[in-house]
Design a binder for this molecule. Structure first.
Ligand SMILES: Nc1ncnc2c1ncn2[C@@H]1O[C@H](COP(=O)(O)OP(=O)(O)O)[C@@H](O)[C@H]1O
Ligand SMILES: [Mg+2]
Length: 282
C-alpha cells in the first residue's frame, strides 16, 4: 500500500508544444511513518509530482498506485475518494477559503465526502484543535483573521478529512518565523503521535534538515536523489542538485576551516549547540 510511482512521466499539453514536467519517476512511499521532503529548483516538477498522489493529475505515461488503486484507472473506477486518503495542502491554501465562517470552511471537505452535518462538525472540531483554532473563532469569517491563522484554517480543512497521508506544498512560504515554527510543530506532531506519512515540499533547507528523514530531489523533471537526509548532505554530487546547505551544516563547515573544530553533521540548532558545548569542554 502507500503510494508507488512507476516510470511516471507527465506532459502539460500546450497549444503548440507539450512540456515534459516529469520524466520517468519511480518512487515508493510508505502509508505511514515517513517524513519526506521534496526539494528542487522552481520548475523542477515538485507540484506536478504531488498532484499525482491524489489523482488531481493522471500520468501521461507509466502509472501511479495510490493505496492499491492504479492511475490512470483501468476502467471507469472512481478516484475521488483518493483525495480524502491523501490530503493535499496547496501552496497559499488560504486563497481557497471561501465559506462565511471558519467552522463551515473546515467542514467543507467531510461534507463533500458525504459525512452528515454532525459528523462533519465533529471532524472539523478535532482538526481545528490540532491546528490551535479555538471555539471562539468558529463563527468568525476566515477572511478577518491573521495570515498565519488563515493558513492553519486551510490546513484544518484538509485534516478534517482524516487523510492517511498528508502532502504539503510549500506550507510555510510567506509566513513569519513564528508562524513557520508553529505550523511545522503541528506537522511534526501528526507524524510523531499519529504516525502519519508527511510529504513536505520546501525550499527551506533548514526546515528540511530539521524535520525530514528522507529527501527526494527533482531536477528538470527527473528524480536525481532519493535517500536519507544524512546521505543527501554528505553526497559527493551535492553541488549538482543546486540546493542550499542547511545553516547548521554551513556553520560547522566554517568552524572546521576557520577554527579546526572537527566537522560532525548536525541537522538542527539544538544539536549544533550541544555539539559545540561538547567540543568546548574537551
Ligand atoms: N498548468 C501548466 N501548464 C503548462 N506548464 C506548466 C503548468 N504547470 C506547471 N507547468 C510547468 O511544468 C514545470 C514544473 O512545474 P511545477 O511542477 O509547478 O514545478 P515546481 O513545483 O517544482 O516549481 C514548470 O516548468 C512549469 O512551468
Ligand atoms: Mg511548486
Amino acid at each position: 500500500m502507500g503510494i508507488q510511482f512507476k516510470n511516471v512521466s507527465y506532459s502539460y499539453r500546450g497549444l503548440k508544444v507539450n512540456y515534459d514536467a516529469l520524466k520517468q519517476i519511480t518512487v515508493d512511499i510508505k502509508p505511514e511513518g515517513e517524513f519526506i521532503a521534496i526539494c528542487g529548483h522552481t520548475g523542477s516538477g515538485k507540484s506536478t509530482m504531488v498532484q499525482h498522489m491524489n489523482a488531481l493529475l493522471l500520468p501521461t505515461a507509466g502509472n501511479v498506485v495510490v493505496f492499491g488503486q492504479q492511475l490512470p484507472p483501468r476502467r471507469k473506477e472512481k478516484i475521488n475518494h483518493l483525495r480524502q486518503k491523501v490530503g493535499l495542502v496547496f501552496q497559499f491554501p488560504e486563497y481557497q477559503l471561501f465559506e462565511e465562517t471558519i467552522i463551515k470552511d473546515i467542514m467543507f471537505g467531510p461534507k463533500n465526502f458525504k459525512d452528515t452535518e454532525e459528523v462533519a462538525y465533529e471532524k472539523a472540531k478535532r482538526a481545528a484543535a490540532i491546528v490551535g483554532i479555538g471555539e471562539q473563532l468558529y463563527e468568525q469569517s476566515p477572511f478577518r483573521i491573521s495570515g498565519g491563522q488563515m493558513r492553519r484554517v486551510a490546513v484544518a480543512g484538509i485534516l478534517a478529512m482524516e487523510p492517511s497521508v498528508l502532502v504539503l506544498d510549500e506550507p510555510t512560504r510567506g509566513l513569519d518565523p513564528k508562524g513557520k515554527n508553529d505550523l511545522m510543530a503541528i506537522f511534526k506532531e501528526l507524524h510523531e503521535k499519529q504516525n502519519k506519512t508527511v510529504l513536505l515540499i520546501s525550499h527551506d533547507m533548514d526546515l528540511v534538515s530539521q524535520y525530514a528523514q528522507r529527501v527526494i530531489v527533482l531536477k528538470e523533471g527527473q528524480l536525481v536523489f532519493d535517500g536519507t537526509k544524512e546521505a543527501l548532505f554528505a553526497h559527493s554530487d551535492f553541488a549538482s542538485f543546486h540546493l542550499d546547505l542547511p545553516t547548521p551544516l554551513k556553520i560547522l563547515r566554517h568552524l572546521e576551516t576557520e577554527a579546526g573544530i572537527p566537522y560532525q553533521p548536525m541537522y538542527d540548532y539544538d544539536s549544533l549547540l550541544a555539539y559545540l558545548q561538547e567540543v568546548g569542554h574537551e
